[in-house]
Design a protein around this ligand. Structure first.
Ligand code: ZN
Length: 426
């Protein structure tokens, strides 16, 4: 009896550690190191869990301590892999391999759990192992049963880029890089698209690492997400404008997304009417109502809004295990004065936006306000007053196509494919 209570306590402690850990993964997913409090909370819970397994009235059980700590460290490395490879960076083969199999890689720990349980027959260790493997199995099964994927035919340009990157052999390419969304039927190349109920395509990896175009499903969802956020901001009467790559698409690509776009960028002005709290709350309420996940990062001054629906607390944090994400970054600006000039200032860098006196990043106020409108994804969106000057501040000569974040070799192939397409068109 006592043993089963001890096992239950250990299972509950593991669950708390796991939830704290998947919550912490929101930081690397957004290209940041975890904050100290979230890091300390997770480490603290992990230490308590290991202590619960290995400490008893007889003292410390060293083998149980080593096995439980090793098991948690191994499993958490698997769980973290998709978030770790989220920010663009050099090749990280081990993490990328684990991420590619992230929907079920946790289950690979089952044999280890069996061996550990066999070697150390201890109720508390069983509690830990069973809890961990049950969570992994639930994570796997939940995505097995998710909604149908809808088929999209790839457009000419998407197909041209895909063929170029695959060096003609799409089947081998899809297998080599693990692109289960690609379906090569007799009718041609079909993309089995993501939806609200499926896991999102990990298209950021496909665009950045493999130099492909954004998947057609993800493009459609980005449009939906842009309409949602801009309508919220209009409803809240918040001054806002298209930002970064999205503004570039609107201006340079005739109102379309960049072909390899991996997120949508909007910015918003904080003032007497729109405060951080009113903005975050207004968006969270509307996100809950309409089915979008809203994640505010107050100290960085941005709110990540994603296409996937908000799950139930606390399991909503498990979304940080997803390999892909369709998201919009809403960055806040505040009025400031820098070197005697009136500027709008943000906390996180963007393109080549210059530093302000306060150590943040800013643009001259009159370049942005009063906002104007530009055609984007089939509708009118608010944009900076001088969109070209704004883009010039961010990207210099923005008419020049620059494949930021795309892997060097993939970028080169893509450039050749894009050039071939231009020749075909003319
Ligand atoms: Zn998709």
């Amino acid at each position: 009896m006592l043993a089963s209570i001890e096992a239950l306590i250990t299972a509950a402690l593991y669950l708390a550690t796991y939830l704290s850990f998947v919550r912490l993964l929101r930081h690397p997913r957004n290209w940041y190191l975890p904050t100290l409090p979230s890091f300390l909370a997770t480490v603290g819970l992990a230490i308590i869990t290991v202590a619960q397994v290995s400490l008893s009235s007889q003292g410390l059980d060293l083998p149980a301590m080593i096995v439980s700590a090793g098991f948690i460290a191994g499993l958490f490395s698997v769980i973290a892999a998709p978030a770790v490879v989220f920010p663009p960076g050099g090749p990280r083969p081990a993490a990328e391999f684990l991420a590619k199999h992230g929907e079920y890689a946790g289950l690979w720990m089952i044999p280890l759990a069996v061996v550990a349980g066999y070697a150390i027959p201890d109720a508390k260790l069983y509690g830990l192992l069973v809890a961990a493997m049950t969570i992994e199995l639930t994570w796997f099964l939940r995505h097995r049963r998710t909604g149908e994927r809808q088929s999209y035919l790839l457009g000419d340009q998407d197909l041209l880029v895909l063929k170029a990157q695959a060096k003609g052999d799409i089947e081998r390419f899809a297998k080599q890089h693990g692109i289960p969304e690609l379906d090569l039927s007799d009718d041609g190349v079909v993309w089995r698209g993501c939806g609200k109920k499926t896991l999102p395509c990990p298209f950021n990896l496909y665009t950045n690492r493999l130099g492909l175009n954004t998947a057609p499903c993800c493009r459609a969802h980005m449009k939906d997400l842009s309409y949602f956020v801009s309508s919220c901001l209009r409803e809240m009467e918040a001054v806002h404008w298209l930002e970064g790559g999205s503004l570039l698409g609107a201006v340079r690509e005739n109102g379309n997304l960049l072909a390899w776009e991996d997120d949508v960028d909007l910015s918003v002005m904080l003032d007497n009417r729109t405060t951080w709290d009113s903005l975050a709350k207004g968006l969270a309420d509307r996100g809950r109502r309409d089915g979008y996940y809203v994640d505010p990062f107050e100290n960085k001054g941005f709110i990540a809004i994603s296409y996937d629906p908000p799950g139930r607390w606390p399991f909503c944090w498990e979304r940080n295990r997803m390999r892909g994400e369709i998201r919009l970054d809403l960055v806040v600006y505040r009025n400031a004065v820098s070197h005697g000039l009136s500027v709008l200032e943000r906390r996180i860098p963007k393109g080549a936006m210059p530093l302000t006196e306060n150590g943040y990043f800013g643009v001259p106020r009159e370049v942005v306000l009063p906002t104007s409108t530009v055609h984007f994804l089939g509708d009118d969106f608010a944009c900076p007053n001088q969109p070209n000057a704004y883009l010039h501040i961010l990207y210099g000569d923005f008419e020049e196509i620059e494949l930021t974040f795309v892997d060097t070799a993939a970028a080169e192939t893509r450039r050749l494919a894009d050039a071939a397409e231009t020749v075909l068109k003319t």
